[in-house]
Design a protein around this ligand. Sequence first.
Ligand code: ATP
Ligand code: MG
Length: 425
Amino acid sequence: MAKTIQAIRGMNDQLPSQTRLWQQVETILRKVVSQYGYQEIRTPIVESTDLFKRSIGEVTDIVEKEMYTFEDRNGDSLTLRPEGTASTVRAGNEHGLLYNQQQRLWYMGPMFRHERPQKGRYRQFHQFGVETYGLHGPDIDVEVIMLSARLWKEMGITDHVKLELNTLGEPAAREKFKHALVEYLEARKEQLDEDSLRRLTTNPLRILDSKNPQVQAALDGAPTLNDFLDDTDQLHFSQLCERLTSLGIEYQINPRLVRGLDYYNKTVFEWVTDSLGAQGTVCAGGRYDGLVEQLGGKASPAVGFAMGIERLVLLLESLQKLDTNDAIADVYVAALGDNATGYAMQIAEQLRDNMADVRVLLHCGGGNAKKQLKRANSAGVKVCVIVGEAELTSKTAVVKPMLGQHEQQTLSTETLAKELKQYLD
Ligand code: ATP
Ligand code: MG
């Protein structure tokens, strides 16, 4: 036998049992964004490498070590998108969606990062995200957070996720804070690990979200970004906090939340859960007012978030919030004898015409009644419609309930769809 070929490590197939769960999640995501008047944008999976270098930042984890970058046949450097924001801004600039306009957009699709695969962390994973443009005030920050909170409500997991919030101020304030932080940590170098020592010169703010307890201990007493914020930033943040409170959205201010990407300013937030182990961040976002201009457009304020769908599905599965009923269809149409096959097909089509929401599975491949009923059973249907020569002649069908208390009956094809409904409740 020929050697089998396997999928790439960290890139998962989604088999029917899994796609069923995903579709439930996707249905809620689509419903909620539509409730808020957001419109979908779809961008290519491959972009110029420069797009991500210029937006995400040269010294971030993603650009330094996680991107799938390759040369195409004409020698251009291309990258499989590691996230959705840069592509959205690129498309918005390219098609004139952003300048002097307000946009509320959403996207969903695969992203690629070369990380060590583990639970909740994959090399191809999926993000759902929203991005808004053209709005300066904290009201839109509140809206995107409110939208995310509604997702949890719709999924029944509000009690299992916590909102962490911080403000990063503007780049100038961050620059001053960075100097103060570096100075503070230079004096405590012996407490830092290798990663943090490297970041001290490349990206010192990232040291704040180090997972190493010793590094975290060294940070107790460090200057905080808050001390460097100007009045406008303070006000933006306090208004955001007030409005969240008045909407009943609970949050915790985490002064060490900085996010891994360079483009954020002012508001940053994460929704985290205790139920997924180390990969606890389900959704993350913030304001990125500088990015549109940085990517060559006319300046436009922006706020958004992205969530990892794999982590969300894992969380929903662990909390048993998904419908795991694995019935493939509701009605099975069986034909006994070759002459009845065409008749069975007509009946199946007639049912699909008249009962648009009902899943009708037609038996194919012949066989006796026992074999066909066995298939009906394994498809998990509620009812079987069986036709043979006698039914063909009399224009009727036998209706055999597979579940529940109903009686077996012979019905005229004219009333079949109507009568069948009682078997499906
Ligand atoms: P982490 O700190 O877990 O690496 P991140 O800061 O790199 O996350 P973002 O770039 O903010 O993540 O992406 C938003 C969300 O996408 C994350 O909160 C997470 O839910 C999800 N995500 C990120 N990387 C992966 C991955 N490799 N596999 C699965 N989901 C991911
Ligand atoms: Mg990461």
